[in-house]
Design a protein around this ligand. Structure first.
Ligand code: ADP
Length: 313
């Protein structure tokens, strides 16, 4: 028994200890080899990403060079376009200037001859010449304004004036036009005594355009009404007619250069204009920090054109 305790027990303990040692060595070897594998895999993935990033960078570089070349080309074409635009504006103002003088003399001599010719027929021909020269004169005035707008030279000469004068100065002549056509032109509320700091000539031009259009697009026997109101720190001017109206899809488009409403079928009316007046009016109102627009319940139901400008524009 004592022999067993002294010899066998230590031997048994020795063997058990060395067994545990071997097992722990083997397991740590296995663990470290799996860690290495994972590390290698992670490195590989990182390397692949780095290659992709390098490729993307070189593509980016190529694209940015292409973009640079394109923007250089664009700058060149912009310069060319600006040059051509200036040439066009100069040409337009030259033509306009050279046409104006002979036109004035054609009109003057025709008016003189109306009183001298013996027959009514000849007088009618001459009146026709006068009204055609008037029409050409209006086109030339519009083209001059357009050339100035495009050259950025349409300057507003602002001064303080009574806003009601805008209407008072032009109503007498327009009433005669309306009467001739058989349309009633009524002036409602005006803004007496309310001062505006703006270009009176240009703002009158806008109002005249709106009223002339209203008379033109309103059939005989119907009515056009002008109202001016104080609104906040400025005025609102409204021209309401009971004319041919505007299709909802065109109430904005008609303010574009050379645009004439397509849903309006009257060719004769269309030929009396060039679709320039409202685009010039838009520019003038923009220069006064104001707003211009039109509303209409629909074709055949009349329309209201308006503009609003601040008192100190
Ligand atoms: P123009 O009258 O010389 O053609 P405008 O720029 O003044 O040019 O007007 C553009 C278009 O807007 C007109 O051709 C017409 O189709 C439409 N329009 C303008 N005023 C009216 C109105 N009071 N009623 C209906 N349509 C209008």
């Amino acid at each position: 028994m004592e022999f067993a305790l002294v010899i066998i027990l230590p031997m048994f303990l020795l063997m058990a200890g060395s067994g545990i040692l071997v097992v722990s060595q083997v397991s740590s070897f296995l663990q470290s080899s799996s860690l290495n594998q994972r590390q290698r895999f992670a490195n590989m993935v990182i390397q692949q990403y780095m290659i992709q990033i390098a490729m993307a960078q070189s593509q980016l570089y190529q694209r940015s060079r292409q973009l640079e070349a394109l923007s250089n080309k664009l700058a060149l074409s912009n310069q060319e376009l600006a040059g051509l635009n200036e040439m066009k504006s100069k040409f337009l103002s030259m033509v306009v200037h050279d046409v104006r003088t002979p036109l004035a003399s054609i009109r003057g001599f025709s008016e003189m001859l109306i009183k001298k010719v013996p027959g009514e027929r000849e007088a009618a021909y001459l009146r026709n010449i006068v009204s055609s020269t008037d029409q050409l004169g209006r086109l030339i005035a519009d083209l001059t304004d357009l050339a100035m707008i495009e050259a950025g030279k349409l300057k507003m000469e602002k001064a303080v004036f009574d806003s009601a004068e805008l209407a008072r100065d032009i109503l007498p002549a327009l009433s005669i036009n309306a009467q001739k056509k058989g349309v009633e032109l009524a002036a409602g509320e005006l803004t007496d005594g309310f001062p505006i700091n703006g270009d009176k000539f240009r703002l009158s031009q806008v109002l005249m355009n709106l009223l002339n259009n209203a008379i033109k697009f309103t059939p005989v026997g119907r009515r056009v009404e002008l109202t001016m109101r104080r609104e906040g720190r400025g005025i609102g001017v409204y021209v309401k007619d009971s004319g041919i109206g505007i299709h909802p899809s065109e109430t904005k488009k008609i303010f574009e250069k050379f645009y004439q409403a397509k849903y309006q079928k009257d060719e004769k009316l269309r030929k009396q204009g060039w679709g320039l007046g409202l685009s010039i009016a838009t520019e003038i109102i923009r220069s006064h920090k104001g707003e211009i627009g039109a509303t209409s319940p629909g074709l055949g139901k009349g329309s209201t054109f308006y503009f609003k400008v601040p008192a100190d524009c």
